[in-house]
Write a protein that binds this ligand. Sequence first.
Ligand code: ZN
Length: 214
Amino acid sequence: MIFILIGPPGAGKGTHSDALLRDFPCTKIATGDILRRHIKEGSSVGRRCEEIIGQGRLVDDATLWELLEPELTKLKDKAVILDGYPRNLAQATQLQEVVASNPIRAVVYIEADDNTLMERLCGRMLCPNCQSIYHRKTRVPRQAGLCDNCQAPLVVRPDDELEKVRTRLDIYAAETHPVVNYYQGLGLLKAVDGSQGIAAVYEQIKVMFRTKMV
Ligand SMILES: [Zn+2]
């Protein structure tokens, strides 16, 4: 059975899916991870992806499906969390191909308004050394601009700069939000209020997950 976590960038999908992995017997499938693995192993689809990325293009839906489908088949008897997929309507309808053997149990939609997301994403700082994440308001490093763990100077990821954040939210609204409506129409959508603190949001997700898992 498949669980999908969907929501705008900054809604906390990664954080919450990692927490679910700790609390429930389930596996996470992230297309980015599969992609990196194929590139590393040098498989034929991996080499193709490497070429596409090298040209500065995005990996197309058909190629992503080629990466994802075997994983879904392999894990069809397990509870699987999809994080970061489907990102558009074409991917969502493609995913329906496997629901006979691997039904979608719930789509958890983490909702949050643009102001909240802008504030979260634009304030993020990353330690390039140990990958710890900080935030100028909610997770302030002890010494300004330095990592608490390893004292390396913190950086803002290019993706988290103001202009880029605006673009990411616009792309989400145009391409991914229609997927939310699609699953609502199928009666699978469970919305949680993602503007609260991480712990409060996770409590809602956990309750939902527990009832759908059985
Ligand atoms: Zn560090």
